[in-house]
Design a protein around this ligand. Structure first.
Ligand code: FES
Length: 138
């Protein structure tokens, strides 16, 4: 038995054109029914993410392990709080990253948990650059 078209569509990779996203802006797209945030980070946001002592983080992960080499200005994360699954708000919170209003989890400009009850960083979905201005998620 083959899956129907809607099932294939729900699991299929999606392509996203990044060229309309200005520096400092985010967009939200949906992949497999999940919200995906794509952030065009400013130099300041990248510098802040990289200035952190990784060992001090609740879920230690270097910024360069969360973005693609040569495309450091782009952060792509699944917009589901790792606490209980609310959708965080972009550009909120004291680290200029994401803030989850449900119970106060605060993520930084790399999507890493910095404060609050969420146990782990926002998840980076599988994706790749298919050109300088286009990614394929999934
Ligand atoms: S679901 Fe986000 S802080 Fe609880």
């Amino acid at each position: 038995m083959n899956p129907d078209a809607s099932t294939i569509a729900a699991g299929a990779p999606i392509e996203v054109d990044l060229s309309p996203i200005a520096e400092g802006q985010d967009i939200k797209v949906f992949w497999r029914g999940k919200p995906i945030y794509i952030s065009h980070r400013t130099k300041k946001q990248i510098d802040e993410a990289r200035a952190v002592n990784v060992a001090s983080l609740p879920d230690p992960q270097a910024d360069d392990a969360r973005v693609k080499s040569g495309h450091e200005q782009w952060l792509v994360v699944i917009g589901i709080c790792t606490h209980l699954g609310c959708i965080p708000i972009a550009h909120e919170g004291s680290y200029d990253g994401f803030f989850c209003p449900c119970h106060g989890s605060v993520y930084d400009t790399s999507g890493r948990i910095r404060q609050g009850p969420a146990p782990t960083n926002l998840v980076v979905p599988p994706y790749q650059f298919v050109s300088d201005t286009k990614i394929q998620i999934g």
